[in-house]
Design a protein around this ligand. Structure first.
Ligand code: 5GP
Ligand code: ZN
Length: 126
């Protein structure tokens, strides 16, 4: 894929402002917004504005934007005060997840990083 917006892509619609979302941060290349069904006190999605179906496709086609997504995940964690620099304990520290493929739980096929934190997180995940 070439990054062009896709019809019927939910996250392209959020980028376009056609579906509302609770924005956390925006850059020239990314948008971060709260997950509609949060699985932790902090559950933010960081997406590229360009459409790629998953993180690997994004990294292959636009590695600088993939790096932007990773940096923004860290910026979100800093805003939410859940980075290691914020101390220690079950609510500090966070996880960045890219579900890739339906078998791994991917339901929206526009690349996105989940930033999860604010509570203790089990390892390995379910
Ligand atoms: P996936 O399962 O593809 O890794 O993650 C998709 C995420 O998008 C899910 O956590 C789901 O709750 C979230 N989501 C689905 N629809 C919407 C929506 O309309 N708005 C927001 N903010 N999040 C959504
Ligand atoms: Zn899309």
């Amino acid at each position: 894929s070439n990054g062009e917006p896709q019809q019927d892509c939910l996250f392209c619609k959020i980028v376009a402002g056609e579906v509302p979302a609770t924005l956390v941060r925006e850059t020239d290349t990314t948008v971060a917004f709260r997950d509609i069904n949060p699985q932790a006190p902090t559950h933010v999605l960081v997406i590229p504005k360009a459409h790629y179906p998953d993180a690997a496709s994004l990294a292959a086609a636009a590695p600088e934007v993939a790096a932007d997504v990773l940096r923004e995940a860290g910026e979100v964690a800093a805003l939410e005060k859940i980075t290691p620099a914020d101390g220690e304990g079950p609510g500090v520290g966070y996880r960045v997840v890219f579900n890739t493929g339906a078998g791994a739980g991917q339901t929206v096929f526009h690349a996105h990083a989940h930033v999860l934190g604010g509570r203790g997180l089990e390892w390995p995940p379910g």
